[in-house]
Design a protein around this ligand. Sequence first.
Ligand code: GUN
Length: 376
Amino acid sequence: MTFDLLAQDSATKARAGRLETAHGTIETPIFMPVGTAGTVKAVSQQTLKTDINAQIILGNTYHLYLRPGLDVLKAAGGLHKFNGWDRPILTDSGGYQVYSLSNTRKIKEEGVKFRSHVDGSQHLFSPEGVMDIQRVIGADIIMAFDECTPWPCEYDYAARSLEMTHRWLKRCIQRFDSTEGLYGYEQNLFPIVQGSTFKDLRIKSAEFIAEQGRAGNAIGGLSVGEPAELMYEMTELVCDILPKDKPRYLMGVGTPANILENIALGVDMFDCVMPTRNARNGMLFTTQGIVNITNKKWETDFSPLDPELGGHASTFYSRSYVRHLFQSKEMLGPQIASAHNLAFYLWLVKEARKEILAGTFGPWKERMVKQVMTRL
Ligand code: GUN
């Protein structure tokens, strides 16, 4: 995998780059739609590819391991073959979902023992096991097994957790570097910076992660309930330490404003369930602001969802019609809304990239943060 840094904004720390993977190119900054269980909820692979032009999607180790399971994924020849997505895929390690989704869980040095949220069966996720699972899934970018601390978090807990995440990382690297991909193409392991909202812990973690010399690095443990300003403070601190010539991935972030502010601090890659989850509840992001499509205000608005966005969903269907679909609980409503919101997120990062390359990102960002977060 190679990363070329093409431009750095002079007024902010924003960057534009190009990441080459075995399944194709990713132009950064990029937003990665979340496809937890091997599907971006309510959006077909064809729509993702030809309409939204998603460059990379996410999958999740925790979900895919539980269902369909490793035997099916291996027999299929990996997740790309299984779901028909031939562009890059990134899998999260389960170092987040195992804490948020599984029923009982016990965190020990060896790993995390948990009960499946599907059928209650018992499992152990260890750093080694999670590397082996992600080899079977076969994503282009795979994540280290970490502990994402909750917020707020006691300093002593965050410090001890961080030490364990670092020891787990060493075990992940050892296992990853002594194994090979199953399907004949290259995979890359990204380590994850933790440290809650404590500056000294974040600095320590960023230095440790930077020293590992992997092809890319991630920042975890943010957007877990802390104020946005505190998240930005941590991102900036960490980005200033992580190597400039490697992509930086901020996990689980965020609102359109969060994405623009973090691009300004030097983040290159983002993922979040927000565009698809909020779409299913009728919340639409547009270039002019936020629309609650169930609102009576849109009952006879026959203009398209957003004519400024590319993509079928945003330009073909009217606000009035999509409101009707939501009022009638029709399945097409969430489908259109999800495709539309993803088109918006992909548009946002594409425009940001253009502005970075043109040297005009700073003032554009200030204007856009206000514009896209306005409630219409
Ligand atoms: N997704 C959002 N935050 C995190 C994190 O801290 N760790 C992992 N593994 N995934 C995440």
